[in-house]
Design a protein around this ligand. Structure first.
Ligand code: TGC
Ligand code: FAD
Length: 392
């Protein structure tokens, strides 16, 4: 891959809205991505392998539980810092950001919010340092957009629970030490359980042949009469609202992350267009390529403003599920569109692994599907403004 020459676009001087701490956190993440991710990520994506050695660095830049209080090993940062870290990591690769999102918002968040003090002290510091890695099992082979219909279930056997069922498309599953698994009890109520690698009857086969998120490990979670200690149930929230609450936090991070992928595609295409000569002049001097580049920076700027405002609302505890959905949907769509346009600006070079664009473009096909599809987020907005659910 070519050297990482990334220069972050900031057309409306949004830096003026950030605190010194925000900028420090962002610079630490940006520098780390340039040093540790950019030089290796294309090779790992080509061989469809997660670069497991970066876990320590992710922990060091505070990517695991940025907003989790320091008493539990988190970085104790605000939600704008969390967003900026996700943006910088996804500038490198959406799959690496996935690993950080899952660890922070889908594993540490439910233990912090729905767990008891013993569970928090046992797991959170090790998850923050990367000593433990986690995954989140909601999606099932027959239930993706409709997780409330899940069939994975557990029965009360007196001194333990007995868990049966299967989850699929689970990020981090192949190497995770623990899994937060959503399953129904005998009354059909959804609960979260902490499942540990090594429990008898629990396996995590890897999913192969992906054309997207190739540098992220994806797998299944299979539960065949797994005996789960009663102390592994998250006691403080149940019902579908519990996993959906975690998704709010992860979707918020994705809204920021997608801007990172878009910025990288725009920056690469702008530089290439200024250097590439056809018909005796840089292609950046043609109206058609300027239209693409001008529209890209306009959309990136709009997404940056939307997300910054969402971060302020989140810090104030006011961001709603529907507002988060709008930002996730808008920004991922914006990023995938920019990746496709940027790829065309590079002509044949756009399909080469020497540049990051095609990898971003393929990664974003997963990002537009997971954590609620593009359609589902539109329906969440539709329900919010009309008061009528169009899901069922
Ligand atoms: P519905 O009847 O609307 O709601 C059921 C209950 O949940 C409450 N609720 C929420 N609570 C907290 N936060 C939210 N965001 C909530 N949204 C809804 C709701 O108030 C209700 O509570 P109660 O007390 O009345 O029971 O549920 P529904 O069955 O109609 O479904 C709604 C729908 C479609 C919006 C929802 O199920 C949905 O979001 N589907 C998409 C599924 C999804 O996003 N899956 C993601 C899996 S994880 C993943 O993809 C990780 S990728 C990670 C990576 O690699 O980065
Ligand atoms: P479906 O729900 O079958 O949807 C298929 C199509 O139908 C979509 O276009 C959808 O928008 C549309 N559709 C569905 N319902 C409606 C409706 N009511 N009205 C109109 N259109 C509708 N899940 C986890 O639990 N944990 C993870 O860590 C995780 N990681 C993932 C990693 C990757 C790489 C990928 C690709 C997925 C991951 N997922 C994970 C799963 C992801 O959340 C689901 O794929 C997603 O929620 C969509 O579910 P589905 O694929 O079953 O699609």
């Amino acid at each position: 891959m070519k050297p990482d020459l990334f220069q972050s676009p900031d057309y409306y001087d949004l830096d003026a809205l950030l605190s010194d701490e925000h900028k420090l956190v962002r610079e630490a993440a940006r520098g780390w991505v340039k040093r540790e991710v950019s030089p290796i990520i294309e090779d790992y994506a080509q061989k469809a392998e997660f670069p497991i050695q970066i876990i320590h660095g992710l922990a060091e830049i505070g990517a695991f539980g940025p907003y989790i209080p320091e008493e539990y090993g988190g970085a104790g940062l605000d939600y704008i810092s969390y967003g900026l870290i996700m943006q910088e990591i996804e500038r490198g690769d959406s799959g690496v950001r996935s690993t950080a999102s899952v660890q922070s918002s889908l594993v540490m968040y439910p233990i912090w919010k729905y767990g008891n003090e013993e569970q928090r002290m046992k797991y959170l510091p090790k998850l923050a340092s990367g000593e433990f890695m986690g995954c989140f099992g909601l999606t099932e082979p027959n239930y993706g957009s409709d997780p409330g219909s899940m069939i994975t279930n557990f029965k009360d056997k007196g001194d333990h629970y007995l868990l049966n069922g299967a989850k699929m498309w689970i990020s981090n599953a192949p190497f995770a030490d623990i899994a937060i698994v959503w399953a129904k009890n005998e009354e059909g109520r959804i609960h979260g359980l902490i499942i540990e690698r090594g429990m008898q009857g629990f396996s995590t086969p890897e999913t192969h042949h992906k054309w997207s998120l190739r540098a992220s490990a994806t797998g299944e979670l299979i539960f065949d009469n797994v005996k789960v200690p009663k102390g592994n149930l998250l006691p403080n929230k149940s019902g579908l609202g519990a996993p959906l609450g975690c998704l709010d936090s992860a979707r918020y991070g994705i809204a920021w992350g997608a801007i990172g992928a878009a910025m990288d595609c725009y920056d690469t295409a702008l530089r290439y267009a200024k250097e590439r000569i056809q018909f005796d002049k840089p292609i950046a001097g043609t109206q058609l390529q300027q239209k693409k580049l001008a529209e890209m920076i306009t959309e990136i700027t709009k997404a940056q403003l939307l997300t910054w405002r969402l971060g302020v609302l989140k810090n104030e505890g006011k961001a709603t599920t529907a507002q988060i959905s709008m930002a996730k949907r808008n920004n991922v769509d914006m990023a995938i569109h920019i990746a496709r346009e940027a790829r065309q600006i590079l002509g044949a070079m756009g399909i080469s692994g020497d540049y990051s664009i095609m990898r971003h473009m393929m990664n974003l096909e997963s990002v537009i599907t997971y954590e609620g599809t593009h359609d589902i987020h539109l329906l969440i907005t539709g329900m919010d403004i009309t008061g009528i659910s169009a899901f069922k």
